[in-house]
Design a protein around this ligand. Structure first.
Ligand SMILES: [Zn+2]
Length: 145
């Protein structure tokens, strides 16, 4: 279990500020973003154009527009998904214990809308604190600076 998690750990019925019905989310998001953000699906590795993007800018939640990561927190982990060693701020992301698939992992979610982003691991670059935020590109929206 990751002991370096800097974010709040939430319970299943945590109240998120942004609330939409399932039908509203289906209107807001395209099908694959909906499956990831709302149903906790995972996109295929190496499928996101954001994985290797190195442009300067901010990465926002595709569900609600909250700023989640900055381009200077991104690194090439080689894992196949956009990877960051830190978040834009501690409050932007909350975490939950994920016991699915026979593993115990830390799920990362948008603190504003509860959208599923990916998972937090502790095998990130040591010189940057050792965390790896492994994020589905479809859960992010890149805003160039
Ligand atoms: Zn959000």
């Amino acid at each position: 279990m990751n002991t370096k998690n800097p974010h709040e750990v939430i319970e299943i019925n945590h109240p998120f500020r942004v609330q939409h019905t399932q039908e509203e989310w289906e209107q807001i998001l395209d099908e694959s973003a909906y499956q990831i953000l709302r149903n906790k699906a995972t996109e295929r590795p190496f499928s996101s154009p954001l994985e290797l993007l190195s442009d300067t800018g901010n990465y926002l939640c595709a569900g609600c527009g909250t700023e989640l990561f900055k381009s200077n927190q991104k690194f090439d982990s080689g894992c196949g998904w956009p990877s960051f060693f830190d978040a834009a701020n501690k409050q932007a992301i909350v975490t939950a214990v994920d016991n699915s698939h026979g593993m115990q992992r830390i799920e990362i979610l948008c603190a504003n809308c509860g959208g599923h982003l990916g998972h937090l691991f502790d095998d990130g670059p040591r010189e940057n604190g050792g965390l790896r935020y492994c994020v589905n590109g479809k859960s992010l929206q890149f805003k160039p600076q």
